[in-house]
Write a protein that binds this ligand. Structure first.
Ligand code: B1M
Length: 214
């Protein structure tokens, strides 16, 4: 059963089958299957294969977009179930978004859902977020952590821009900075003066807890 539902989710994403992806996500909820496992080992695993095929030039952008759309629709069904599963005690506040010029929001949304599920109050500012919007949100909600995601090597420098803007506004000492996304690394985090790097959604929760000593 476990392998079957995960395989069917993965296959549906790989086969650009939006209806089947949505139907299987609903089945995950109806059968009480672990939604996080379904996201990581079903949806994300399928998308990883599609991304590799795209990278090798074996498929074209419209196909990648259909798989991404299928994943987003399934995520909308699964994410609320991830968030409902754990305690609601607030451990800290997080502002999270994908940097300007970058519309990849699936990984960032999974990180946001995992943080919420683990007791953090999360303010998700979306994707393609200008530096000024990050700063506005930090001023508005006074978070413990600001999290930035980037999936493109060309948008990673925007993280530095946000950190510099935090410094300019006198906010850098008040908020910890976490960065993540496929091309981002611990070395990059150190290079740009971020406080921490989250390799995946689980790791992001762990490093945030460690950073805030919760
Ligand atoms: Co794009 N894309 N894409 N894409 N896309 C990549 C990133 C790419 C590696 C594909 C490839 O060539 N193999 C490549 C980037 C190359 C590079 O920069 N080196 C690429 C490209 C080139 C592009 C376009 C430029 C294509 C074009 O137009 N010619 C274009 C750019 C658009 C833009 O942003 N301006 C583009 C567009 C798209 C779609 C719109 C079709 C779609 C995005 C849909 C959406 O998000 N709404 C898309 C997708 C889906 C991908 C791939 C296939 C999958 C990304 C994803 O969602 N992964 C991707 C290939 C790949 O990564 N293998 C690719 C699943 C997700 C769960 O993983 O996002 O890594 P990930 O998140 C993980 C961790 O990284 C971490 O936790 C998450 C959960 O475990 N994490 C954090 C992420 N953020 C974090 C933040 C944290 C902590 C951890 O703290 C704050």
């Amino acid at each position: 059963m476990t392998e079957d539902i995960l395989n069917r989710l993965k296959e549906a994403v790989i086969n650009y089958d939006v209806d089947e992806t949505v139907k299987t996500a609903q089945e995950v909820i109806e059968t009480g299957f672990d939604p996080l496992k379904a996201i990581e080992e079903g949806l994300a695993a399928g998308l990883q294969i599609i991304g590799d095929q795209f990278g090798r030039g074996e498929i074209f952008l419209p196909m990648l977009m259909i798989s991404a759309e299928a994943t987003k629709k399934a995520l909308a069904i699964l994410e609320p179930a991830v968030a409902n599963g754990k305690s609601r005690k607030v451990l800290g506040k997080v502002v999270i978004g994908t940097v300007e010029g970058d519309i990849h929001d699936i990984g960032k949304s999974i990180v946001a859902a995992m943080l919420t599920a683990n007791g953090f109050e999360v303010h998700d500012v979306g994707c393609d977020v200008p530096t000024s919007k990050f700063i506005e949100k930090v001023k508005e909600v006074n978070p413990d952590i600001i999290g930035m995601s980037a999936l493109l090597t060309t948008t990673m420098p925007k993280m530095t821009e946000v950190i510099n803007a935090l410094k300019k506004e006198g906010l850098r000492e008040k908020v910890k900075v976490m960065v993540g996304g496929a091309p981002v690394s611990a070395a990059w985090a150190e290079q740009i003066g971020a406080d921490t790097y989250g390799e995946d959604a689980m790791a992001a929760v762990d490093v945030v807890k460690k950073l805030l000593s919760k």
